[in-house]
Design a protein around this ligand. Structure first.
Ligand SMILES: Nc1ncnc2c1ncn2[C@@H]1O[C@H](COP(=O)(O)OP(=O)(O)OP(=O)(O)O)[C@@H](O)[C@H]1O
Ligand SMILES: [Mg+2]
Length: 242
């Protein structure tokens, strides 16, 4: 494990009931680069992410976070270590206001001045959220809700962000917006791992890529190792590129 490792999965088997999803999965997720996971539906991308955030307990293998064993840590303990997740679904509370949603992101923080700094940081990055802070989250567009989900994650002052398909279910014009938001996070120096089906867009932001298939890493490497000519691109990316 390198010093710059944020999250390490070491020989992980995991699944649900009798159904094994991850098979001997090892990943060394480094800080200071945007990491992406791609792969077919059902290949175990969300499951791998949910091992990292403690929602799925490994059957075998170890989870290490910032150099400390976290295999038996609860999701809350992992949040306390600064690993913050934006889940694939249900990532805003529609009946709460924008500001209340943001407040939920910082639920571990009680210090008023710290909270104020967090709101400011989010509002600087996403000014629309300031304009709409009193508005019901559910009344905003899908793209704005996706922005709010990112803002809420930022409120936790993440050491590392895990994003499960942040552009899922959005119309193509809104997908561009989400990638703009992600670029803003990247420019602000936020370290993150993104699961993304939208390969062409992902290739713009990603620096390091994992391809998962049937619960195994079938490719990992820097983006420039992945060219359009690659057989892997044909196999795993070609059919889902847009
Ligand atoms: N909570 C669960 N209970 C039982 N089986 C599950 C659960 N979550 C996922 N699975 C199964 O585990 C396998 C991997 O699912 P997972 O959600 O990790 O894949 P994914 O790569 O994220 O897929 P997608 O691209 O559709 O989001 C699938 O066969 C799925 O049906
Ligand atoms: Mg998934």
């Amino acid at each position: 494990m390198s010093n710059s490792t944020a999250i390490q999965l070491d020989h992980i088997d995991a699944g649900y009931g009798q159904n094994q999803v991850l098979h001997d999965l090892s990943m060394d997720v480094r800080k200071e680069r945007v990491n992406c996971i791609i792969g077919p539906n059902g290949s175990g991308k969300s499951t791998a992410l949910n091992v990292m955030n403690g929602l799925v307990s490994p059957w075998v293998g170890t989870l290490t976070i910032f150099g400390e064993d976290a295999t038996d840590s609860t999701p809350r303990e992992i949040v306390e270590r600064g690993i913050i997740t934006v889940p694939q679904e249900g990532n805003v509370f529609p009946d709460m206001s924008v500001r209340e949603n943001l407040r939920m992101g910082a639920y571990l923080e009680r210090e008023k001045s710290v909270l104020q700094e967090r709101y400011e940081r989010v509002y600087e990055m996403f000014p629309v959220l300031r304009e709409r802070e009193r508005q019901r989250a559910g009344s905003m567009s899908g793209g704005q809700q996706a922005m709010l989900a990112l803002g809420r994650a930022l409120m936790a002052d993440p050491q590392y962000l895990l994003l499960d398909e942040p552009s899922a279910g959005l119309a193509p014009n809104l997908i561009d917006d989400v990638f703009d938001h992600l670029e803003r996070l990247k420019s602000a120096g936020i370290d993150m791992l993104i699961i993304e089906q939208n390969v062409r867009k992902m290739l713009v932001i990603a620096e390091y890529i994992y391809i998962l298939d049937q619960g195994r890493v079938v490719f990992e490497g820097n983006k420039d190792e992945l060219t359009d000519e690659d057989e892997l691109v044909e196999l795993y990316l070609g059919r889902r590129s847009v």
